[in-house]
Design a protein around this ligand. Structure first.
Ligand code: UGA
Length: 431
């Protein structure tokens, strides 16, 4: 059992805190947001993530986790995990303000030798500089490690407990060893490397996954023109173990707080060392095109979208989360509004957040209400609730069932059995 402090109670910080407490460590999770800490103390999670709230409560009952806004409480921690945000600056690079603010506070608080573990995604070279920055500000010996996070929203706890690998970057063998001990109960393969390589593994992994998505989306666009079915193509490709089947699902592009931000940051980072990352620039360009694709298709199908009654099904950037950051729904709704469409939207989880973003949208309380008297439905997030919706609902509830499915939720053979005009991604149109 180790005494660990986690700075930042966002997605990564909170899941890390709860996960580490659950495997037996004594964890103090610190965040300067008092409101967040107050709700966590009451056992309420500020984010939607399956199983997270009960696990917070269970570990609170076992006295393995506490939440605070007071940095003094990290004084006796052996390990301090840094999990604060690194949002995007206007030029695409990562904003390190929160990292340095937290580092400064840590330096002024620690009273004994400590190891700082950077979980936040930071540009290559940051950990080295951060180490110097903290050490210059405290007389106590500080070690630093990079331990990038690979969890996905919607399956964050599963990824914590059953991840494919744990990456630890450090300058000294003893530092890696300490972090390895912390993770021992998880029985996940651990790879150790230097600081810069660990930082790069995070960016390269996200950029590669984004590349797979943009690649299959380009193949999908060609499939539409040559009469092929991208799902069969992706299945056939994925059977090759060198390619693997995951992240080959064509759709309206990737969103969320990671891929869009990290791909742009890596392009920026490469630029700083005078390397133009042309492949990744194209990946980003393709993704922007993809997020606009359905509205472009709708404009081709209808003479005008003016006063068209459009139902948007799904708002979050993917199922299992209420996160709307960089979601395709933002681009789509914004464009539809500019075209003069009248929009009703429904999402099983993300509506409270979405209401802040879209004052001009009507929010329905269920799918049926969202579809009734609608002229065209557009599926933006592949929630199970939409995938399992009997197709006759569309026929019965809509004036004339026309669906633009950005996530290939339905089997084409099933659609053919109904009076539905159906446009999906990389598959033949059904009329
Ligand atoms: C991603 C990575 O998968 C995690 O490993 C990483 O830790 C995380 O970023 C991060 O850097 O923090 P996340 O953004 O939660 O995780 O979500 P993903 O499941 O990777 O999905 C990202 C986007 O890609 C979603 O919009 C999803 O709809 C889209 N996607 C994914 C596709 O369009 N097709 C696919 O085949 C897979």
């Amino acid at each position: 059992m180790k005494k660990i402090a986690v700075v930042g109670a966002g997605y990564v910080g909170l899941v890390t805190s709860v996960g580490l407490a659950h495997i037996g460590h004594q964890v103090t999770c610190i965040d300067i947001d008092h409101k967040k800490i107050d709700s966590l103390r009451r056992g309420q999670s500020p984010i939607y993530e399956q199983s997270l709230e009960p696990m917070i409560q269970e570990n609170q009952r076992q006295n393995r986790i506490t939440f605070t806004s007071n940095y003094e409480e990290l004084q006796d921690a052996e390990i301090i995990m840094l999990a604060v945000g690194t949002p995007q600056l206007s030029d695409g690079s990562a904003n390190l303000t929160f990292i340095y603010q937290a580092a400064e506070r840590i330096a002024h608080t620690v009273q004994q030798p400590v190891t700082i573990v950077v979980k936040s995604t930071v540009p290559v070279g940051t950990c080295e500089k951060l180490h110097e920055y903290v050490q210059e500000r405290t007389p106590h010996p500080v070690e630093l490690a990079s331990n990038p996070e690979f969890l996905r929203e919607g399956s964050a706890l599963k990824d914590f407990f059953e991840g494919d690998r744990i990456v630890i970057g450090a300058n000294h063998e003893e530092t890696s060893q300490l972090i390895m001990e912390m993770y021992t109960p998880l029985q996940i393969p651990i790879m150790t490397t230097d600081l810069a390589s660990a930082e790069m593994i995070k960016y390269a992994s996200n950029a590669f996954l984004a590349t797979k998505i943009s690649f299959i989306n380009e193949i999908a666009s060609i499939c539409e023109k040559v009469g092929a079915n991208v799902e069969d193509v992706a299945n056939g490709m994925g059977m090759d173990q060198r390619i693997a089947p995951s992240f080959l699902q064509a759709g309206i592009g990737y969103g969320g707080s990671c891929f869009p931000k990290d791909t742009k940051a890596l392009v920026q980072m490469a630029g700083h060392v005078e390397h133009r990352f042309e492949l990744l620039e194209s990946v980003i360009h393709v993704n922007n095109k993809q997020q606009n694709k359905l509205v472009d298709q709708m404009k081709e199908r209808f003479d005008t979208l003016l006063r068209k009654r459009v139902t948007v099904l799904g708002l979050s950037f993917k199922p299992g989360t209420d996160d709307l950051r960089e979601a395709a729904s933002l681009v789509i709704i914004d464009r539809l509004l500019r075209e003069g469409a009248s929009i009703t939207a429904y999402d099983p989880i993300a509506m409270p957040r979405a209401k802040e973003y879209f004052p001009a949208v009507t929010f329905a309380s269920n799918v049926e209400e969202a579809l009734s008297e609608s002229e065209v439905a557009i599926i933006v997030t592949e929630w199970d609730e939409f995938k399992e919706l009997p197709l006759h609902y569309y026929e019965e509830l809509m004036d004339e069932a026309i669906i633009f499915d950005g996530r290939n939720c339905y089997d084409l053979e099933q659609v053919k059995k109904h009076r539905i005009e159906y446009y999906s991604v990389g598959r033949p149109v059904i009329r």
